[in-house]
Design a protein around this ligand. Structure first.
Ligand code: NDP
Ligand code: OXD
Length: 309
């Protein structure tokens, strides 16, 4: 009974130590040292190579190293007999909220304008509205969206969320469906995307949606790059319909050096680091999920491949 670890990020040495400390009795195989594929029951992965999981005939459980699972579900050869569990780690959630709060405050407090003034050595006060007057809309009001929403609400922002199901989230106005999306977008001075990438959400950040935002709204995308129709963003910024965008995720990662997003004065680029998986905390959760699975207990945060997250 062996566990395979495969991440496209160079973190194997760190993970080996964290996993071995928690499960010393287990045989851990780090890709590409797979050994006998039939001996592998569990795969801990980030962006596994297409076909890798299908090559493991006795695989029982696929454990995502991230909250998102599009990197697994996009494999055309994904075996249907193995369950998939996504990562829900309070550390990952807290760091995503830091990123969202940072970007929302940057836009709310007109930081881009002040930075531009600094370039010109210009000392000028801009009118500042209060947080209570600033409406933030969160697309994807799940684990990450709700935590960020609570932290923004604690700062006084008027927060609402959009989710697939119609369940209420106490303390927030929540929307669902196409009408709900329209209502949320029309009231969002700052729109934050924390959706999973699915067939329904791909390309959701597009010119038609930008046109429904209040003029001068700002965008934060930390979901996935394919949520954004990239060619629609710069025209929306240049026309003034959008005032700024903070982007952490891109259709092509790393973002190519010649990509216009790098140099646009009102686009803030970060290299998919809004929330990085921390092996020291995530290993506890992943090992606990393996133990629960083996004990026949319910494993939380299972993915429904038919729904896509
Ligand atoms: P969750 O599954 O907890 O939340 C997803 C939310 O999106 C839920 O509220 C869900 O609705 C909603 N949703 C899904 N599909 C639709 C739809 N078609 N229409 C409306 N709402 C929809 O995921 P997390 O919050 O843990 O993570 C969200 C995403 O964040 C990840 O999938 C990943 O892409 C991204 N991420 C990015 C990181 C980064 O560093 N940039 C780091 C970590 C995650 P419902 O509540 O009804 O199910
Ligand atoms: C994730 C990510 O999905 O880091 O966790 O993007």
């Amino acid at each position: 009974m062996a566990i395979l670890f495969r991440s496209s990020i160079d973190s194997a040495a760190r993970w080996r130590g964290e996993l071995a400390r928690r499960m010393p009795e287990r045989e851990l195989r780090i890709w590409p040292e797979i050994g006998d594929p039939a001996a592998i029951d569990y795969a801990i992965v980030w962006r596994p190579d297409p076909g890798l999981l299908a090559s493991l005939p006795n695989l029982k459980l696929i454990l995502s190293l991230g909250a998102g699972v599009d990197h697994i579900l996009s494999d055309p050869l994904l075996p249907r007999h193995a369950s998939i569990v996504r990562l829900v780690d309070p550390d990952l959630t807290a760091t995503m909220s830091e990123y969202v709060v940072l970007q929302v405050l940057r836009f709310h407090r007109q930081d881009l304008a002040y930075r531009a003034q600094q370039q010109r050595a210009e000392w000028r006060e801009l009118d500042q509205m209060s947080a209570a007057q600033r409406r933030v809309g969160v697309l994807g009001f799940g684990t990450l969206g709700q935590d960020a929403g609570r932290k923004l609400a604690a700062l006084g922002f008027e927060v609402a969320g959009w989710r697939r199901g119609a369940q209420d989230v106490p303390g927030f106005v929540t929307y669902s469906g196409a009408d709900g999306l329209d209502a949320l977008v029309r009231r969002s001075d700052i729109l934050v995307c924390l959706l999973p990438l699915t067939a329904q959400t791909e390309g959701i950040l597009n010119a038609a949606l930008f046109a429904r935002l209040p003029r001068g709204a700002a965008l934060v995308n930390a979901g996935r790059g394919a949520h954004l129709v990239e060619g629609d963003l710069i025209p929306a910024l240049d026309s003034g319909q959008l005032s700024a965008a903070a982007l952490d995720v891109f259709r092509e990662e790393p973002l190519p050096p010649a990509h216009p997003f790098w140099t646009h004065p009102r686009i803030l680029v970060t290299p998919h680091v809004a929330s990085q998986t921390n092996p020291a905390t995530a290993a506890d959760i992943i090992c606990d999920n393996i133990r629960r699975f083996e004990a026949g207990e319910a494993v939380p945060n299972r993915v429904d491949p038919a729904v896509g997250y």
